[in-house]
Design a binder for this molecule. Structure first.
Ligand code: PMP
Ligand code: GLU
Length: 408
């Protein structure tokens, strides 16, 4: 039918994280006080110097016109300097594409790199958008299962098994959304050794790299790749200001890629969004070049919140929760809640649990299914310790008041 939707959409799921966000917003609109453990979005405002820089950019008329497609020169230089400072690599501005968020940077890469039939290896649990972006361009996500007992880390053996002649890329996220798992240097090195003989891109999403806890030292893949020429020519880093500077609404992310890939992203972006918003680029520039102690302050607060959320969840009847190394998510095993009754039905999967918690405890969360981890529910702890404590208490009441239809 000429008026039908594109067939490529048939296999695409809408973003589950954003769907929960919309649902919680709709409940709030009805006057319900919903605990915001759903979407992964810091509750902080960006540092004041970021907002001041944005105002100044408007006053100085630096924000009214198109900029270069891949970003203003000072921002690209600041991204290179930040990479040197934080990741131990020194890219040049020609490697950098500034985009409308890291999600957009990943989408540019999907359009620039994957052909129909290509395979893209993604360890599960994964951030919801990775496989969907791969599918949108007709490529095929190859999901590698991991074990909670192994800290949800992909092992070299399982990566090896997943790689084929059709593998075009491997996407790694560390620290991970949704599990909070961060890979240590030894683990990364072992994965890179497996990947080295294969002619595939390595895309590493480091958007949570500043948010690690208990003294964990984040180790950038880029640092290891530098010593492995065959890998460094194929490594692409994705990052942004959304998480570490609490700037989700400003929509600035970027990729750092070999020049031919950066050029391809320039072409793709030049035919889709053009440049990311000019004023947001000035705000991101201030974020990266201003005093960095605000980032550390937010990190320290997230660490306390992690302890509160993980401790709280683990104390609930029927819930188990691993303590993650980074990001701002607790990923809880909720299979012990299966068999409870909710809305005239028996709870039998993670989606039912998330709906039960939303209706009965007014807690927004996201079921593990869309992250490739049935049986689990993700709770974002990017909200105050008071709200975390109250939300956990509300979940406890809901669980204790629920009838059990059958044993877990
Ligand atoms: N990568 C990961 C792992 C994420 O959790 C997110 C969350 N939004 C993004 C990328 C995209 O971030 P943004 O588009 O806000 O920069
Ligand atoms: N990455 C965040 C999350 O997973 C924000 C929502 C999104 O972009 O998916 O909740």
């Amino acid at each position: 039918m000429p008026t039908s939707l594109a067939t490529r959409l048939a296999a695409i799921h809408p973003s589950a994280t954003l769907a929960m966000s919309a649902r919680a917003a709709e409940m709030r609109g009805r006057g319900i006080d919903v605990f915001a453990f759903g979407v992964g979005e810091p509750d902080f405002e960006p540092p004041a110097y970021v907002l001041d820089a944005a105002k100044k950019a408007i006053e100085e008329k630096k924000s009214s016109k198109y900029t270069a497609v891949t970003g203003i020169a000072p921002l690209k230089e600041a991204i290179c300097a930040a990479s040197a400072r934080r990741r131990g690599v020194t890219p040049s501005p020609a490697n950098v594409t500034v985009s409308v968020g890291a999600k957009h940077a990943l989408f540019n890469l999907a359009l620039a790199l994957y052909d129909p039939g290509d395979e893209v290896v993604i360890p599960a649990p994964y951030w919801v958008s990775y496989p969907e972006q791969v599918r949108i361009v007709g490529a095929e996500p190859v999901i590698v299962e991991t074990e909670e007992e192994n800290g949800w880390r992909m092992t070299p053996a399982s990566l090896d098994k997943a790689l084929t002649k059709k593998t075009k890329a491997v996407i790694l996220c560390t620290p991970s959304n949704p599990t909070g798992t961060a890979y240590g240097e030894r683990e990364l090195r072992a994965l890179l050794e497996v990947l080295e003989p294969h002619d595939a891109w390595l895309i590493v999403d480091e958007i949570y790299a500043e948010l690690v806890y208990d003294g964990f030292k984040n180790f950038s893949v880029a640092t290891i790749a530098r010593e492995m020429k065959r890998i460094s020519d194929r490594t692409i880093l994705v990052d942004g200001v959304s998480k570490s500077y609490a700037m989700t609404g400003w929509r600035i992310g970027w990729s750092i890629a070999p020049k031919e890939v950066a050029k391809a992203c320039d072409v793709v972006q030049g035919q889709s969004t053009t440049n990311p918003s000019a004023v947001a680029q000035h705000a991101a520039l201030a974020a990266l070049t201003g005093p960095q102690d605000e980032v550390e302050k937010m990190r320290a607060i997230f660490e306390k919140r992690r302890n509160a959320m993980v401790g709280g969840l683990a104390s609930l009847p029927g819930v188990k929760c691993r303590k993650p190394e980074g990001a701002f998510y607790a990923f809880a095993d909720v299979r012990g809640l299966y068999g409870l009754e909710h809305a005239g039905k028996v709870i039998e999967n993670d989606h039912d649990v998330a709906m039960f918690l939303l209706d009965q405890a007014h807690v927004a969360s996201v079921g593990g299914g869309p992250f490739g981890a049935p049986g689990y529910v993700r709770f974002s702890y990017a909200t105050s310790e008071e709200r975390i404590a109250a939300g956990v208490a509300s979940m406890r009441r809901a669980i204790e008041n629920a009838k059990r239809a059958k044993p877990a």
